[in-house]
Design a protein around this ligand. Structure first.
Ligand SMILES: C[S@@+](CC[C@H](N)C(=O)[O-])C[C@H]1O[C@@H](n2cnc3c(N)ncnc32)[C@H](O)[C@@H]1O
Length: 397
């Protein structure tokens, strides 16, 4: 037992377990794995503690300098950022984009629950990160049945060491998890702990008929939820979304965002933008589940908010092809807002039409949506549906 196990600060593993069980986030089904695989064995020495549920991080905490703060952060019900900018930023402040983390415990256990993993199942995990999830999977399925793939060499090396120290030896592979790991296939279960906008065909191909793929899925626009796909024997897979999520993207599927200047082609805003007005408030289209519903209908476009000190802001919409942009100016207390649109896609009109569809369907949450994957190799065979596979969500753009 380490000095940290005995440390009388913060709630410790038992306190976190009690809090998670009270919320229903940790069930008796996973309690023995939680107890056998304490989170603190997998959290690096240098962390940026997250704030419960949100995507905001506190400043760097170093275990060597402040063991109490480190211990408290590990046993808080929050995600912990463990790497920024693919390892290029080390602190002391915060980097630009978090690139690895120990996920929030309720997310970890809800995804494991959705995976329905049993002793003896062959399991593939994409995104080893700290190794905690791989250890939990190893405890349940047997380490000899678990393969975990991590694109970041340093993270994979550290995770392998932590897994060995904790007494688990799953196969830890350095590589692009988008390719799966054919040498270990076929799998009963595949779980991704980084998000995707399209299901890599290899995951479906490498899963046995009747097997399950669990992955956070979200459109370029924003909004994301965990999908639970059942793999058929014909190269297709289908299933429902089970709950909201906010993971870092599989590296190969990160969207490249070009600066606003490129859209304006050297001119001052509003350049050649065509003026209009709207009664749809930009505030209404900013919720995570609404963004998901819009993003499914408005492909390859993304929002960005330019905020001002007086509480007003400009909502920018841009397409990934760098052909079209739109702005909507939000002013608190107003009912009508000024819009400018430029390019072949009228992006605000698309968003407004998508929002109307969502309202017309009774404002569905994530759980009414599902996904069918054709397994035909390029993602074109992927369809999001509402309530049942025969009701595909229309694409506006
Ligand atoms: C949220 S973290 C994973 C958390 C991890 N399961 C744990 O228990 O700590 C996401 C991880 O996915 C990894 N990742 C991103 N793209 C990847 C890819 N193409 N293949 C494998 N891993 C990838 C990141 O480097 C990062 O470590």
């Amino acid at each position: 037992m380490s000095a940290y196990d005995e440390m009388a600060v913060g709630p410790g593993p038992e306190g976190l377990a009690a809090a998670l069980m009270e919320k229903g986030a940790l069930t008796s089904d996973w309690l023995s794995s939680y107890e056998a695989v304490p989170r603190h064995l997998f959290v690096p020495e240098v962390i940026w503690p997250g704030r419960g549920g949100g995507n905001q991080q506190d400043d760097r905490v170093m275990r060597g300098e402040c063991p109490e703060a480190w211990w408290a952060a590990v046993h808080r019900d929050a995600p912990i950022t463990t790497q920024w900018d693919d390892g290029e930023f080390a602190g002391p402040g915060r980097g630009r984009i978090p690139s690895s983390s120990s996920s929030m415990p309720p997310m970890v256990f809800s995804m494991l629950d959705a995976l329905s993993v049993e002793k003896g199942h062959r399991v593939l995990e994409i995104g080893t990160g700290t190794g905690w999830n791989a250890a939990l999977l190893s405890h349940r399925a047997g380490a000899e049945n678990v393969v975990t793939v991590e694109v970041d060499e340093g993270s994979a090396r550290d995770a392998r060491r932590r897994l060995e120290t904790a007494g688990f030896g799953p196969l830890t592979v350095v590589g692009d998890g988008g390719e799966g790991y054919a040498e270990g296939a076929p799998y009963d279960r595949v779980i991704a702990t980084c998000s995707i906008g399209s299901v890599p065909p290899a995951w479906v191909r490498q899963t046995k008929p009747g097997g399950i793929v669990v992955a956070p899925w979200g459109p370029v626009y924003g909004g994301e939820a965990v999908v639970r796909l059942f793999v058929a024997g014909d190269g297709t897979a289908a299933g429902r979304f089970v709950g909201s999520s906010a993971f870092m993207r599989l590296r190969a599927q990160r969207a490249v965002r070009v600066h606003v200047r490129k859209y304006l082609k050297g001119r001052e805003w509003p350049a050649d933008g065509v003026r209009g007005t709207t009664f749809l408030s930009p505030e209404v289209v900013g919720d995570w589940h609404v963004m998901f519903a819009i993003g499914v209908q408005v492909p390859n476009a993304f929002p960005w908010r330019e905020s001002y000190e007086d509480g007003s802001y400009t909502l920018w919409l841009r397409d990934t092809a760098v052909t079209s942009w739109a702005t909507v100016d939000y002013l608190p207390g107003r009912a009508e807002f000024e819009v400018y649109q430029s390019g072949p896609r009228r992006l605000w009109d698309e968003v407004a039409a998508a929002h109307r569809w969502w309202e017309g369907q009774g404002r569905p949450g994530f759980e009414r949506f599902g996904l069918t994957v054709g397994g035909d190799g390029d993602g074109d065979g992927e369809r999001v549906w509402l309530d049942s596979p025969d009701r595909p969500v229309p694409v506006v753009g």
